[in-house]
Design a binder for this molecule. Structure first.
Ligand SMILES: CC(C)(COP(=O)(O)OP(=O)(O)OC[C@H]1O[C@@H](n2cnc3c(N)ncnc32)[C@H](O)[C@@H]1OP(=O)(O)O)[C@@H](O)C(=O)NCCC(=O)NCCS
Length: 202
């Protein structure tokens, strides 16, 4: 695939309607549809999740229909942003932000339905996206940053082949405390090696 053809990646603008559907055993990754606004609204805003992004989980405001609509609209401007569908509902989202010149991408994922955390859905979604990133987009590297205390996310990423490559010490002030970010990445040759050893992507 020619990366320059992706919207927001230096190429011509196009809707994310061209985003491929990625199918796993329990999740389907797809472009958002209007009814996802209802699922996003029903999931609401939770302190546990806000804190994992480094937000302030104290005095949370309720999640409104306007918030859910803004979430949906922001999606449409992102070329490689998928919603995570599980059992017919949108339970989360994930995206790649590609730097074409270096054939690399930054990865981000979030499950916002708290009843679905820790059930393997994040691992399955991440593996599907890595497969697409390396095999279809021809990327060399996918990386991410995650707060050190987000041990569930780190466990998920490690199961998908990401390795810790560095720390950004006390770079985030979360609820009045300095916190550290972990930088993680996976390279194409590492991904291929995992696939050769029988690693499943979905
Ligand atoms: C990060 C995230 C996408 C991972 O998806 P998930 O479906 O919850 O994770 P998975 O179940 O696939 O994998 C998590 C692993 O960590 C383990 N785990 C669960 N809770 C844990 C905890 N508190 N500490 C350490 N490991 C934990 C699970 O047992 C599982 O490993 P296993 O399959 O070997 O048992 C999801 O938790 C999430 O969206 N969290 C909130 C937002 C967030 O943190 N986003 C990432 C910001 S960088």
């Amino acid at each position: 695939m020619d990366l320059s053809s992706l919207p927001g990646q230096g190429g011509q603008a196009m809707a994310n309607s061209l985003l491929p559907r990625l199918h796993g055993k329990r999740v389907t990754l797809r472009r958002p549809i209007v009814s996802d606004i209802e699922d996003r609204l029903a999931s609401g805003r939770h302190a546990e999740i806000i804190r994992m992004y480094g937000g302030d989980s104290r005095n949370l405001e309720s999640y409104t229909r306007e918030d859910a609509t803004a979430w949906y609209q922001a999606f449409l401007t992102q070329p490689l942003a998928w919603v995570i569908e599980h059992e017919g509902k949108c339970v989360g989202n994930a995206r790649l932000t590609v730097t074409e010149a270096d054939k690399r991408a930054r990865y981000a994922i979030g499950i916002f339905d708290t009843s679905k955390l820790g059930q393997g859905l994040g691992t399955e979604a991440t593996r599907l996206i890595l497969d697409y990133a390396f095999k279809n987009l021809g990327l060399h590297r996918v990386d991410l940053r995650v707060l050190e205390y987000n041990t569930r996310a780190i466990a998920c990423y490690e199961k998908c082949g990401f390795v810790k490559e560095g720390l950004e010490r006390e770079g985030a002030l979360v609820e009045g405390k300095w916190e550290t970010d972990v930088m993680m990445s996976i390279l194409e040759q590492e991904y291929s090696s995992l696939r050769r050893s029988g690693w499943e992507h979905g």
